[in-house]
Design a protein around this ligand. Sequence first.
Ligand SMILES: [Zn+2]
Length: 290
Amino acid sequence: MLIESKYTALFDLLGKIEQCGFAIDKELVVKKILVFAPHPDDAEFYAGGLIASLVAAGNKVKILTITDGWCGSYHHTQMELGQIRQKEAIQAAEIMGTEVAFLGYHDFTLDTLPAGELREKLIRCIRMEKPDTVITIDPMATNEAHPDHRALARAGGDAVAHSGLPLVYPEHISDGLDAHFVPEKYFYSDDPARYNQFIDITAHIGMKLEGMRAHQSQVEFLVEDVARQAQLAGLDIQTLLGETAQNPFQALSFAIMSQAERVGSLAGYKYGEGYRYARFHAFVEELLAQ
Ligand SMILES: [Zn+2]
């Protein structure tokens, strides 16, 4: 039996049933997961394996895409690219079995927003969605080059830390929302020094790649960007990569699988993703560990 975590009355009932001696399999509880992604492809690119594994286990995953990603092309106009990338994100969500929503900011603008604006919006989203788990960028990762990623990392980290306090943005409460503490947080980054939890994505790497395949314009852009730099460095990418140079998805798949192999090897998995995982205050965690 699958159980909706938001139905607290049902949980009360289940608690009573447990007290009566019936075992409840906690693994069957459906969790609600909210993913913050700065650009349309980032959820699949950074956390596609974890997302695919959560969906496969019956959980509900919603991706909140913060910007339109309209700067990632050498060929399209911004308006064209914004529309293309939104369609691709919707396709990726259909493939992955997730939901996707768009916050509507433009690419490369998040660090220019008024102080606190994005944080307030994210806290409002958390209070509306009431997720059991949030997946967002690690605010403490040190190697993040994109200003949108750094801005979301800071705002998302602040949001998951404070969404449970009713006196933070009390206007939300006046609007009928409840403060909501997020019990589980997965922070993604490219910084292995930050990882304290590894996810075995061996059974889900195929789905991660299929999700990425839907972001065709971004796959082509990422590969073209590297190829242009290789050319500037005096390398003949055509000779080095052969047919792969003509197939951007194949080239990106190779890069994603190599990265997943490297991370997986840190935990004994064939393919893995690494996260900074957090739940409760350290004192509560100590009590739980006893
Ligand atoms: Zn991005």
